[in-house]
Write a protein that binds this ligand. Structure first.
Ligand code: PLP
Length: 338
């Protein structure tokens, strides 16, 4: 099967498994797992940030960040398509008892003016206190779209003026960094906290990292324990994450190239009515005429291709390291025949 459902379906390669076998381990709740410590230090250095925390999932790193930055009753500002709002099981309400101000952005991206317009007047007792702005780069439901870095600078200015903390859900941040030719250190200078996933395009089986200053990570470590995310000999999975950061970032450009090739093939088809701008490893397109999304998914399935229908007429394809150039060519040949 050629599996385009998500970049979370990647399985560890032989070399990654070898790194896991070699990992030195200890009890990470005691702070004694050398491989976890090495991974956290490596990631912190990569971003030029003081500290990092290894967690089981990106949902947990986002939820911990929200919990640390807020008090019950505060408000979080984010785009309407954000993962933290759409896909984390209402965790903002459950874990942090905060309300959310949703902004309708541009393919999941919001601008400084929209942020400024949505900050509540701190002197108005009717309104929750605007405490945290959370951005997503790349935007998953925005079709893998990337911010221009200048927008972050402008947004940061608004945050500084209004005592807003700035969090980045960077589940696919390295896709954006490669596409825009940026560096992780640029991000480290702007955001109060950053969450990155090791288990998406980077190809590790498990794991996410939360980055921030020492004081923030100290509080985050406590919240991680409360959420049940304190792990013991976690070095065995941290080794996979370290391998991913050291070996699998540059190759993301291959996934982006593959996405462009498939998008070009899709644009030739009359039943494809709209494709969101393809920048990184995600293709979201709409179908009409011949196919509903469900029917097209079934046709693809009969031809050994797996994809997700994300709405009645919308399909998402995600490229990742498990998809070879040969698989992409096979997919394009099938699309041409449809
Ligand atoms: C996948 C993803 C996450 C975290 O997902 P987990 O499955 O919990 O690791 C967070 N944000 C975005 C945008 C994602 O795509």
């Amino acid at each position: 099967m050629i599996d385009f459902r998500s970049d979370t379906v990647t399985k560890p390669t032989k070399q990654m498994l070898e790194a896991m076998l070699q990992a030195k381990v200890g009890d990470d709740v005691f702070g004694e797992d050398p491989t976890v410590n090495e991974l956290e230090e490596y990631a912190a250095n990569l971003f030029g940030i003081q500290a990092a925390l290894f967690c089981p999932s990106g949902t947990m790193t986002n939820q911990i960040a929200i919990k640390v930055h807020t008090q019950p009753g505060d408000e979080i500002i984010c785009d309407n398509l954000s993962h933290i709002y759409q896909y984390e099981g209402g965790g903002i309400a459950v874990n942090s008892a905060c309300s959310v101000k949703l902004i309708n952005g541009n393919y999941g991206k919001i601008n400084a003016k929209q942020v400024a317009e949505n900050i509540n007047n701190i002197n108005d007792v009717h309104k929750p206190i605007s405490k945290l702005l959370s951005l997503e780069n790349t935007s998953n439901r925005g079709g893998g779209s990337c911010y221009h870095f200048d927008d972050f600078i402008a947004i940061k200015e608004v945050c500084t003026q209004n005592n807003l903390m700035l969090h980045l859900d960077g589940a696919r941040l390295f896709n954006a960094i490669i596409y825009k030719n940026e560096s992780a250190k640029q991000y480290g200078k702007v955001f109060n906290s950053i969450s990155i996933c090791l288990s998406k395009g980077l190809g590790a089986p498990i794991g996410s990292l939360l980055l921030g200053d020492k004081n923030f990570i100290l509080k985050a470590r406590r919240v991680r324990k409360v959420f049940g995310g304190g792990m013991r000999q976690a070095g065995i999975i941290a080794a996979a994450g370290l391998y991913a950061l050291q070996n699998n970032i540059q190759r993301l450009s291959t996934d982006h190239h593959h996405a462009q090739l498939i998008a070009t093939a899709l644009r030739q088809k009359s039943f494809v009515t709209n494709i969101l701008p393809v920048e990184t490893n995600i293709i979201i397109f709409e179908v009409a005429e011949k196919y509903t999304a469900k029917e097209l998914i079934a046709t693809l399935y009969k031809n050994n291709i797996l994809a997700f229908a994300i709405a009645e007429n919308q399909i998402r394809l995600v490229l990742h390291l498990g998809i070879t150039t040969e698989m992409v060519e096979e997919t394009i040949q099938l699309i041409q025949k449809l």
